[in-house]
Design a protein around this ligand. Structure first.
Ligand code: PLP
Length: 292
Protein backbone atom coordinates (compact mmCIF):
# COMPACT_ATOMS: atom_id res chain seq x y z
CA UNK A 1 0.00 0.00 0.00
CA UNK A 2 1.27 3.39 -0.88
CA UNK A 3 1.29 5.92 1.85
CA UNK A 4 0.66 9.41 0.64
CA UNK A 5 0.95 11.70 3.50
CA UNK A 6 0.92 15.36 3.77
CA UNK A 7 1.67 17.13 6.95
CA UNK A 8 0.45 20.61 7.30
CA UNK A 9 1.22 22.91 10.11
CA UNK A 10 -1.66 25.13 10.86
CA UNK A 11 -1.46 28.19 12.98
CA UNK A 12 -4.66 28.08 14.97
CA UNK A 13 -3.85 31.20 16.89
CA UNK A 14 -6.49 33.71 15.93
CA UNK A 15 -10.08 32.71 16.49
CA UNK A 16 -10.24 29.69 18.69
CA UNK A 17 -6.91 29.64 20.37
CA UNK A 18 -4.77 31.77 22.58
CA UNK A 19 -1.51 33.24 21.37
CA UNK A 20 0.85 31.26 23.58
CA UNK A 21 0.08 27.86 22.16
CA UNK A 22 1.31 26.53 18.85
CA UNK A 23 -0.99 23.99 17.20
CA UNK A 24 -0.06 21.67 14.33
CA UNK A 25 -2.26 19.11 12.66
CA UNK A 26 -1.05 15.82 11.23
CA UNK A 27 -3.40 15.29 8.34
CA UNK A 28 -3.71 11.51 8.26
CA UNK A 29 -7.05 12.08 6.58
CA UNK A 30 -5.04 12.72 3.43
CA UNK A 31 -3.04 9.50 3.23
CA UNK A 32 -5.55 7.51 1.22
CA UNK A 33 -9.01 8.44 -0.07
CA UNK A 34 -10.68 5.43 1.58
CA UNK A 35 -8.28 3.78 4.04
CA UNK A 36 -7.91 7.11 5.71
CA UNK A 37 -6.41 8.15 8.94
CA UNK A 38 -5.43 5.87 11.75
CA UNK A 39 -7.13 2.85 10.19
CA UNK A 40 -4.34 2.60 7.62
CA UNK A 41 -1.84 2.29 10.47
CA UNK A 42 -3.96 0.01 12.62
CA UNK A 43 -4.71 -2.43 9.79
CA UNK A 44 -1.25 -2.71 8.35
CA UNK A 45 0.19 -5.43 10.58
CA UNK A 46 -3.07 -7.35 10.69
CA UNK A 47 -3.05 -7.54 6.89
CA UNK A 48 0.61 -8.61 6.89
CA UNK A 49 -0.10 -11.32 9.44
CA UNK A 50 -3.12 -12.57 7.48
CA UNK A 51 -0.95 -12.78 4.36
CA UNK A 52 1.80 -14.65 6.21
CA UNK A 53 -0.76 -17.12 7.48
CA UNK A 54 -2.13 -17.42 3.94
CA UNK A 55 -5.59 -16.70 5.32
CA UNK A 56 -8.38 -17.30 2.82
CA UNK A 57 -10.48 -14.48 4.17
CA UNK A 58 -10.28 -11.57 6.58
CA UNK A 59 -13.30 -11.18 8.83
CA UNK A 60 -14.00 -8.14 10.96
CA UNK A 61 -16.75 -6.28 12.81
CA UNK A 62 -18.41 -2.86 12.84
CA UNK A 63 -21.49 -0.68 12.56
CA UNK A 64 -23.24 0.64 9.46
CA UNK A 65 -21.05 3.76 9.31
CA UNK A 66 -17.83 2.20 10.53
CA UNK A 67 -14.56 3.70 9.31
CA UNK A 68 -12.92 0.41 10.21
CA UNK A 69 -15.27 -1.63 7.97
CA UNK A 70 -14.73 0.51 4.89
CA UNK A 71 -10.98 0.72 5.49
CA UNK A 72 -10.73 -3.06 5.90
CA UNK A 73 -12.77 -3.64 2.74
CA UNK A 74 -10.51 -1.33 0.73
CA UNK A 75 -7.27 -2.67 2.24
CA UNK A 76 -8.29 -6.26 1.50
CA UNK A 77 -9.25 -5.30 -2.03
CA UNK A 78 -5.86 -3.65 -2.59
CA UNK A 79 -4.10 -6.71 -1.22
CA UNK A 80 -6.15 -9.28 -3.11
CA UNK A 81 -7.66 -10.84 0.02
CA UNK A 82 -11.37 -11.58 0.29
CA UNK A 83 -13.14 -9.90 3.19
CA UNK A 84 -16.28 -10.36 5.24
CA UNK A 85 -17.85 -7.80 7.56
CA UNK A 86 -20.05 -8.73 10.51
CA UNK A 87 -22.33 -5.73 10.85
CA UNK A 88 -24.15 -4.56 13.97
CA UNK A 89 -27.91 -4.37 13.40
CA UNK A 90 -30.46 -6.02 11.11
CA UNK A 91 -30.01 -5.73 7.36
CA UNK A 92 -31.49 -2.33 6.41
CA UNK A 93 -33.75 -1.75 3.38
CA UNK A 94 -31.14 0.63 2.01
CA UNK A 95 -27.45 0.15 2.76
CA UNK A 96 -25.53 3.06 4.27
CA UNK A 97 -23.02 4.58 1.85
CA UNK A 98 -20.27 3.01 3.98
CA UNK A 99 -21.65 -0.49 3.56
CA UNK A 100 -22.52 0.04 -0.10
CA UNK A 101 -18.91 1.02 -0.78
CA UNK A 102 -17.55 -1.84 1.33
CA UNK A 103 -19.63 -4.17 -0.83
CA UNK A 104 -18.25 -2.56 -3.98
CA UNK A 105 -14.80 -3.46 -2.70
CA UNK A 106 -15.98 -7.05 -2.54
CA UNK A 107 -16.67 -7.35 1.16
CA UNK A 108 -19.41 -9.85 2.03
CA UNK A 109 -21.76 -8.45 4.66
CA UNK A 110 -23.37 -10.43 7.47
CA UNK A 111 -25.93 -8.64 9.61
CA UNK A 112 -26.47 -9.52 13.26
CA UNK A 113 -29.08 -8.21 15.66
CA UNK A 114 -27.59 -5.89 18.26
CA UNK A 115 -28.07 -8.62 20.83
CA UNK A 116 -26.20 -11.22 18.75
CA UNK A 117 -23.52 -8.68 17.92
CA UNK A 118 -22.98 -7.89 21.57
CA UNK A 119 -22.53 -11.60 22.24
CA UNK A 120 -20.02 -11.70 19.39
CA UNK A 121 -21.90 -14.44 17.59
CA UNK A 122 -19.98 -15.53 14.49
CA UNK A 123 -22.13 -16.73 11.58
CA UNK A 124 -21.36 -20.44 11.12
CA UNK A 125 -20.11 -20.06 7.53
CA UNK A 126 -17.43 -17.72 8.80
CA UNK A 127 -16.17 -20.04 11.53
CA UNK A 128 -13.28 -21.50 9.58
CA UNK A 129 -9.73 -22.13 10.73
CA UNK A 130 -8.33 -20.47 7.59
CA UNK A 131 -10.20 -17.22 8.25
CA UNK A 132 -8.29 -14.39 9.86
CA UNK A 133 -10.24 -12.29 12.36
CA UNK A 134 -9.48 -8.65 13.06
CA UNK A 135 -11.11 -7.28 16.25
CA UNK A 136 -13.57 -4.40 15.98
CA UNK A 137 -11.78 -1.12 15.36
CA UNK A 138 -8.45 -2.89 14.73
CA UNK A 139 -7.84 -3.02 18.49
CA UNK A 140 -5.07 -5.31 19.74
CA UNK A 141 -1.27 -5.58 19.56
CA UNK A 142 -0.88 -5.38 15.75
CA UNK A 143 -3.11 -2.29 15.77
CA UNK A 144 -1.02 -0.68 18.51
CA UNK A 145 2.19 -1.53 16.68
CA UNK A 146 0.86 0.11 13.52
CA UNK A 147 -0.34 3.18 15.41
CA UNK A 148 3.04 3.56 17.10
CA UNK A 149 4.43 4.43 13.66
CA UNK A 150 2.24 7.54 13.38
CA UNK A 151 4.77 9.90 15.08
CA UNK A 152 7.38 8.98 12.45
CA UNK A 153 5.41 11.05 10.00
CA UNK A 154 5.89 14.33 11.75
CA UNK A 155 9.24 15.83 12.50
CA UNK A 156 8.52 18.77 14.81
CA UNK A 157 9.21 18.84 18.51
CA UNK A 158 5.89 18.75 20.28
CA UNK A 159 5.14 18.99 23.95
CA UNK A 160 1.77 17.28 23.56
CA UNK A 161 0.29 14.75 21.15
CA UNK A 162 -3.50 14.92 21.09
CA UNK A 163 -5.89 12.41 19.56
CA UNK A 164 -9.48 11.23 19.57
CA UNK A 165 -10.03 8.00 21.49
CA UNK A 166 -12.38 5.16 20.60
CA UNK A 167 -10.86 1.86 21.65
CA UNK A 168 -7.64 3.59 22.77
CA UNK A 169 -5.50 1.61 20.32
CA UNK A 170 -4.11 4.67 18.57
CA UNK A 171 -3.48 6.41 21.87
CA UNK A 172 -1.58 3.40 23.24
CA UNK A 173 0.57 3.46 20.09
CA UNK A 174 1.29 7.16 20.53
CA UNK A 175 2.19 6.67 24.19
CA UNK A 176 4.64 3.93 23.24
CA UNK A 177 6.23 5.89 20.43
CA UNK A 178 6.70 9.36 21.88
CA UNK A 179 9.49 10.45 24.19
CA UNK A 180 9.24 10.68 27.97
CA UNK A 181 8.93 14.48 27.89
CA UNK A 182 6.01 14.41 25.48
CA UNK A 183 2.55 14.13 26.95
CA UNK A 184 -0.28 12.34 25.21
CA UNK A 185 -3.81 13.71 25.62
CA UNK A 186 -6.75 11.60 24.47
CA UNK A 187 -10.28 12.87 24.01
CA UNK A 188 -12.72 10.02 24.61
CA UNK A 189 -15.64 10.12 22.16
CA UNK A 190 -17.72 7.83 24.35
CA UNK A 191 -19.64 8.62 27.48
CA UNK A 192 -18.10 7.35 30.73
CA UNK A 193 -15.87 4.78 29.05
CA UNK A 194 -13.70 4.41 32.12
CA UNK A 195 -12.28 1.03 31.12
CA UNK A 196 -10.10 3.02 28.75
CA UNK A 197 -7.50 3.99 31.34
CA UNK A 198 -6.96 0.41 32.40
CA UNK A 199 -6.83 -0.87 28.81
CA UNK A 200 -4.44 1.84 27.70
CA UNK A 201 -2.23 1.36 30.76
CA UNK A 202 -1.96 -2.36 30.02
CA UNK A 203 -1.39 -1.92 26.29
CA UNK A 204 1.11 0.92 26.47
CA UNK A 205 2.95 -0.75 29.34
CA UNK A 206 4.96 2.25 30.45
CA UNK A 207 5.56 3.80 33.83
CA UNK A 208 7.47 6.84 32.72
CA UNK A 209 5.02 8.51 30.35
CA UNK A 210 2.48 11.13 31.22
CA UNK A 211 -0.84 10.64 29.52
CA UNK A 212 -4.44 11.61 30.20
CA UNK A 213 -7.81 10.63 28.83
CA UNK A 214 -10.35 13.43 29.04
CA UNK A 215 -13.98 12.35 29.28
CA UNK A 216 -15.74 15.72 29.04
CA UNK A 217 -16.22 16.10 25.28
CA UNK A 218 -18.41 13.16 24.21
CA UNK A 219 -21.43 15.40 23.42
CA UNK A 220 -23.82 12.82 24.85
CA UNK A 221 -22.02 9.68 23.72
CA UNK A 222 -20.66 7.84 20.72
CA UNK A 223 -21.77 9.47 17.43
CA UNK A 224 -23.91 12.00 19.34
CA UNK A 225 -23.58 15.67 18.52
CA UNK A 226 -25.25 19.02 19.02
CA UNK A 227 -25.51 22.31 17.09
CA UNK A 228 -22.46 23.74 18.92
CA UNK A 229 -20.26 20.92 17.63
CA UNK A 230 -21.56 21.26 14.08
CA UNK A 231 -21.08 25.03 14.19
CA UNK A 232 -17.52 24.57 15.43
CA UNK A 233 -16.74 22.04 12.67
CA UNK A 234 -18.09 24.40 10.02
CA UNK A 235 -16.03 27.28 11.42
CA UNK A 236 -12.92 25.08 11.54
CA UNK A 237 -13.42 24.34 7.88
CA UNK A 238 -14.33 27.88 6.87
CA UNK A 239 -11.38 29.49 8.62
CA UNK A 240 -8.66 26.82 8.47
CA UNK A 241 -9.86 24.61 5.65
CA UNK A 242 -9.75 21.55 7.89
CA UNK A 243 -12.65 19.12 7.45
CA UNK A 244 -13.42 17.04 10.54
CA UNK A 245 -15.94 14.30 11.30
CA UNK A 246 -18.61 14.52 13.96
CA UNK A 247 -17.76 11.19 15.64
CA UNK A 248 -14.04 11.63 16.31
CA UNK A 249 -11.98 14.52 15.03
CA UNK A 250 -14.66 17.20 15.41
CA UNK A 251 -14.77 16.39 19.13
CA UNK A 252 -10.97 16.37 19.29
CA UNK A 253 -10.62 19.81 17.74
CA UNK A 254 -13.48 21.22 19.80
CA UNK A 255 -11.98 19.84 23.00
CA UNK A 256 -8.49 21.13 22.32
CA UNK A 257 -9.80 24.60 21.46
CA UNK A 258 -11.73 24.61 24.72
CA UNK A 259 -8.82 23.26 26.78
CA UNK A 260 -6.55 25.95 25.37
CA UNK A 261 -9.11 28.60 26.26
CA UNK A 262 -9.39 27.32 29.82
CA UNK A 263 -5.62 27.27 30.35
CA UNK A 264 -5.11 23.50 30.38
CA UNK A 265 -1.90 23.76 28.36
CA UNK A 266 0.98 25.82 29.76
CA UNK A 267 2.11 28.83 27.70
CA UNK A 268 4.75 27.82 25.19
CA UNK A 269 3.18 24.40 24.56
CA UNK A 270 3.45 23.04 21.07
CA UNK A 271 0.62 20.65 20.26
CA UNK A 272 0.35 18.04 17.58
CA UNK A 273 -3.24 17.11 16.83
CA UNK A 274 -3.60 13.83 14.99
CA UNK A 275 -6.30 14.20 12.37
CA UNK A 276 -7.24 10.53 12.30
CA UNK A 277 -9.43 10.68 9.17
CA UNK A 278 -12.88 9.11 9.14
CA UNK A 279 -14.56 11.83 7.10
CA UNK A 280 -16.78 9.33 5.27
CA UNK A 281 -18.93 8.96 8.40
CA UNK A 282 -20.24 12.48 7.81
CA UNK A 283 -22.36 10.99 5.01
CA UNK A 284 -24.74 9.82 7.73
CA UNK A 285 -25.65 13.45 8.48
CA UNK A 286 -28.50 15.18 6.74
CA UNK A 287 -27.29 17.01 3.63
CA UNK A 288 -26.45 20.64 4.30
CA UNK A 289 -25.51 20.09 7.94
CA UNK A 290 -21.87 20.65 7.10
CA UNK A 291 -20.59 23.19 4.61
CA UNK A 292 -18.10 20.67 3.14
C1 PLP B 1 -11.32 4.57 14.64
C2 PLP B 1 -11.08 6.03 14.77
C3 PLP B 1 -10.56 6.61 15.94
C4 PLP B 1 -10.36 5.83 17.21
O1 PLP B 1 -9.20 5.09 17.24
P1 PLP B 1 -8.95 4.08 18.44
O2 PLP B 1 -7.63 3.50 18.11
O3 PLP B 1 -10.05 3.05 18.37
O4 PLP B 1 -9.00 4.81 19.71
C5 PLP B 1 -10.28 7.95 15.95
N1 PLP B 1 -10.51 8.72 14.87
C6 PLP B 1 -11.03 8.21 13.73
C7 PLP B 1 -11.32 9.13 12.62
C8 PLP B 1 -11.34 6.85 13.64
O5 PLP B 1 -11.87 6.38 12.52
Amino acid sequence: MLLHFDQITTDFVSTFFSKEINVSVLRLDKIHPVISGNKWFKLRYYINEAKEQKAKKIVTFGGAWSNHIIATAAACHLNGITAAGIIRGESPPVLSSTLARAKEYGMELFFLSREEYRKKKIPSELQQPYHYFIPEGGAGPPGIKGASEIPRYCSGMYTHYCCAVGTGTMMAGLIKATSAQQKVIGISVMKNNHDLEKNIRESANTKTKEWTVIHDYHFGGYAKYNPALIHFMNELYRIYNIPSDFVYTGKLFFAIADLIKTGFFPAGSSLLLVHSGGLQGNDSLEKGTLIY
